[in-house]
Design a binder for this molecule. Structure first.
Ligand code: UT7
Length: 324
């Protein structure tokens, strides 16, 4: 028998305010037609004034705990992926831990931008496999609206705010792909591409928060190659084929990237969970948000084989294969 971490519950939270493409077009030189055609995005949610990343995260975690039938006091570890923390420090995860009434256990943030949730899941999974935690909450939470340059139409129309979370619990498995739980995680980065997608501020560099900058075409090109490779790596490591995958839950950056990746993998597009049209790109939050949508609407069921994949600034990329 080997130790596995099983997803016991999922939850998500989206800020109330929905901003349509048409509304954006009143303040930015863009159009609904361009945004839909180039990205598949129709709308995004935006945090209210004063609503922080930790507020979104706490709401998502409460729902994930309810779904898992767990109390926050049972959680041994809080790992939160974000590129838009409340403050430079302390970690936003510490805010969540305090709100959940669980002082004393480790809480920290993981920074891998849009790949953050896959990175955070890998970290928590390894804590559980090593016996250092029995239950963990893994969160992706972002308020990207705070770092958008509203004078840069090539980026400001693409992102949204939101949070998603999963509760992991320790379980035992046979060590095969038939086990429930996180079957594998594969993480990568290539820092040579740091200037393709970055924020032009920061406490050490400029003493300002800065704004998101992206060379969209370059990122797009790398994304399709890296994402398909990350999925194939997971399939190979678990000796399974793409037709055994029930659901692909990808990072939601652009509908064209999702379509190209599915095509490259030979995966039926009907088996891809798509939320980019409703949520836009919520960076580290997009995978747990999409996972929650798929579970809540009944598409993703217990026992289904689900592959998560993401690519983001760094560059960072990776995948996680999970049997729900
Ligand atoms: O989450 C991390 C990963 N991020 C991504 O994966 C994003 C990857 N990249 C992309 O999704 C796409 O490259 C974009 C959606 C960002 C852009 O699509 P594109 O097909 O690469 O468009 P483009 O940048 O080549 O721009 C085409 C045209 C340009 O006009 P000209 O130079 O052809 O006259 C832009 O100025 O579209 C123009 N344009 C816009 N027009 C209306 C750029 N942004 C806008 C806009 N509204 N918002």
């Amino acid at each position: 028998m080997i130790k596995r971490s099983v997803i016991e519950g999922v939850g998500s939270y989206l800020p109330e305010r929905i901003v349509s493409n048409a509304e954006l077009a009143t303040r930015v030189d863009t159009s609904d037609e361009w945004i839909v055609e180039r990205s598949g995005i129709k709308q995004r949610h935006m945090a209210a004034d004063g609503e922080k990343t930790s507020d979104l995260a706490i709401a998502a975690v409460k729902k994930a705990l309810d779904h898992a039938g767990r109390d926050g006091k049972e959680i041994d570890l809080f790992v939160l992926a974000t590129a838009t923390p409340d403050q430079t420090f302390p970690a936003t995860a510490a805010r969540v831990q305090a709100a959940l009434g669980r002082p004393g256990v480790p809480s920290f943030d993981v920074q891998a931008v849009c790949s953050g949730f896959v990175y955070a899941l890998a970290v928590a999974d390894n804590f559980i496999k090593a016996g250092q935690a029995k239950t963990a909450v893994v969160i992706g939470a972002e308020t990207f609206s705070r770092i958008l340059d509203w004078n840069d139409r090539t980026t400001c129309v693409l992102f949204g705010d939101g949070a998603g979370a999963v509760v992991l619990g320790a379980a035992e498995g046979q060590g095969t792909a038939a086990d429930r739980g996180v079957l594998s995680t594969h993480l990568h980065s290539d820092g040579r591409h740091h200037d393709m997608l970055y924020v032009d501020g920061g406490p050490s560099a400029t003493q300002t928060t800065g704004y998101l900058r992206m060379k969209g075409k370059e990122v797009f090109r790398h994304a399709v190659v890296n994402l398909a490779e990350a999925v194939n790596e997971a399939l190979g490591a678990n000796a399974i084929t793409i037709d055994q995958i029930d659901w692909l839950v990808p990072h939601q950056a652009n509908k064209r990237i999702l379509d190209s990746t599915a095509h490259k993998l030979g995966l039926d597009p009907a088996r891809v969970i798509v939320t980019v049209d409703q949520h836009a790109n919520t960076s580290a939050a997009s995978i747990p948000l999409a996972l929650a949508v798929g579970v809540e609407d009944g598409r993703i069921k217990k026992g289904d084989l689900v592959i998560l994949e993401a690519m983001g600034g760094g560059f960072t990329w990776g995948s996680a294969l999970v049997r729900m």
